[in-house]
Design a protein around this ligand. Structure first.
Ligand SMILES: [Zn+2]
Length: 119
């Protein structure tokens, strides 16, 4: 299925940077998952309480309500209504001045199945 495109699981850009770009406050609880209010277009209604969370260490997110999940690129793609992660990558490069090439030193992509340890 389309959602399995592993290109979307690159660790770059960090999901925390992406959320900051969209002005989304995240509450660091000290746990592995950092909760935030899901702003995605597919999300039903407005979050009264954080229904999504992200993993800063692996740079991916998961929304418990609308079911969207993925990396920073996935988040950008959904927010901007882009067709794929490459378009999201181009978008991020244009707004941040960063490109994935050269920024991934020391950063490892999430595993092929980054949700294996979910829950
Ligand atoms: Zn959501």
């Amino acid at each position: 299925m389309a959602g399995c495109d592993r290109g979307e699981f690159f660790a770059w850009p960090p999901i925390s940077d992406v959320l900051e770009h969209y002005g989304i406050p995240a509450v660091r609880t000290g746990g592995r998952w950092v909760p935030f209010r899901c702003p995605l277009p597919s999300h039903p209604g407005e979050d009264k309480r954080p229904s999504a969370a992200y993993r800063p260490d692996k740079s991916y997110f998961n929304c418990f309500v609308c079911g969207e999940r993925g990396s920073g690129l996935t988040f950008i793609r959904l927010m901007e209504g882009l067709s794929d992660w490459k378009a999201a990558e181009a978008y991020w490069a244009s707004v941040s001045g960063e490109s994935r090439t050269g920024s991934t030193a020391g950063v490892t992509a999430a595993s092929a199945d980054p949700f294996a340890d979910w829950g």
